[in-house]
Design a protein around this ligand. Structure first.
Ligand code: CA
Length: 378
């Protein structure tokens, strides 16, 4: 078998002003990268990712999967290094889904929620597993696929290039048969167009270029809420002619050029997605706060101190003797018949020290004075 026709198309969609996706169509190599980050950093990240495929040749002699993984790791290093050294690019990241065909097989390397599909005999099979919050929830049985499709956090990815010094890359290989069509796409397609419609479009289009146009059009007609990128190739009978040419790879100039960082960052772009690291951080902070809140509630329920009620009577309070933002962190649990004025200055100082103790111990301290007061009373 060999790679037949191929096509790539990217569109900003109907909502975003910028296009943060990048792609490569250079048989036997195909790549889709979906960048994210403030201002134009998402474009830089996805561009750095595809540029690594052109420039990095240290892995040329490796087996296809290992080779793709090495390039993805190099891309991660470049993006992370740029994000760490340039404040305007801080936190940027990108997905990457790359396919390299050799000897009747397709090696695939993948990070994030861009996808690879294979259409065979009219059936569309998703080859990659999304590294996303909702995909994790579906895998653990906490969300159905239908719920995941409309989940408000469906764009939150849990793995990306560039957000950490190290990245875990999925890689695997699938066989190719004459008649297969391989699709790589960013989530701007899959969040807008269902798998059934994608399959129908691929099966009925007259060629991959027409199919690419139809898919982008379908995403835009469904709302075009995100940048949409589609890379397609068909598989034909025949000897592979120009395979294994990654070392001499010539990318189209627009994909090969590394765009400089913008001088005047635009406002409002790149807000639709959050980087996995940011998500993890928020989750961590939430867990930490929940833990602290639980600890605080537990502590408040156990802590008691002696004070004076408004009517001048000695009382026991549950909680801590603080008022935070107008909210009292204590409540009255016991009011004595003993009046604060019945105590001498030294006694008051000792009793009202606000030391925390159990309710029983706090009441016991008051009882001692109650007894004393009752004995002193005529
Ligand atoms: Ca996207």
């Amino acid at each position: 078998m060999k790679v037949g026709d191929s096509a790539g198309l990217s569109d900003p969609g109907r909502v975003r002003r910028r296009n943060e996706d990048s792609f490569v169509v250079a048989p036997p190599l195909f790549v889709v990268a979906d960048g994210m980050g403030g201002a134009q950093a998402g474009e830089i990240a996805s561009r750095l990712a595809v540029t690594a495929f052109r420039e990095y040749h240290a892995a040329d002699r490796l087996e296809p999967e290992a080779r793709l993984r090495a390039i993805v790791q190099e891309a991660n290093r470049r993006i992370h290094s740029r994000a760490s050294s340039d404040p305007r690019a801080s936190g940027m990241g990108t997905t990457v889904t790359a396919v390299l065909t050799t000897g009747g097989r397709a090696a695939i390397a993948h990070v994030g929620d861009s996808r690879a599909y294979r259409l065979r005999d009219g059936t569309l099979e998703q080859l990659t597993e999304d590294h996303s919050l909702v995909a994790d929830l579906v895998r653990s049985g906490r969300l159905t696929r239908e719920e995941a499709e409309i989940h408000p956090q469906r764009s939150v990815i849990t793995r990306a290039l560039g957000t950490d010094a190290a990245v875990r890359v999925d890689s695997f290989s699938v066989d190719l048969r004459a008649g297969d069509v391989i699709l790589l796409c960013s989530d701007g397609l899959t969040t807008m167009v269902g798998d059934e419609e994608v399959a129908r479009t691929l099966a009925t289009a007259s060629g991959v270029a027409a199919a690419a146009r139809s898919l982008v059009q379908a995403a835009n007609e469904a709302g075009g809420e995100d940048n949409v990128t589609v890379v397609l190739f068909s598989v034909e009978e025949g000897d592979p002619d120009d395979e294994d040419t990654l070392s001499g790879l010539r990318l189209p100039p627009e994909a090969a050029a590394e765009s400089p960082l913008p001088v005047a960052p635009s406002v409002g772009d790149g807000a639709g997605r959050r980087v996995s690291k940011a998500f993890l951080l928020v989750a961590l902070v939430l867990v930490l706060f929940a833990g602290l809140a639980a600890l605080a509630l537990w502590g408040l329920s156990r802590a008691h101190f002696v004070g004076a009620a408004e009517n001048g009577r000695v009382a026991v309070y549950q909680g801590v003797p603080w008022t935070v933002a107008g909210v009292d962190l204590y409540r009255e649990v016991y009011v004595s018949s003993l009046l604060a004025v019945q105590l001498g200055p030294g006694e008051r100082a000792g009793l009202f020290d606000h030391d925390l103790s159990s309710e029983a111990a706090a009441i016991a301290r008051i009882r001692a004075y109650e007894l004393e007061a009752s004995l002193e009373s005529p």
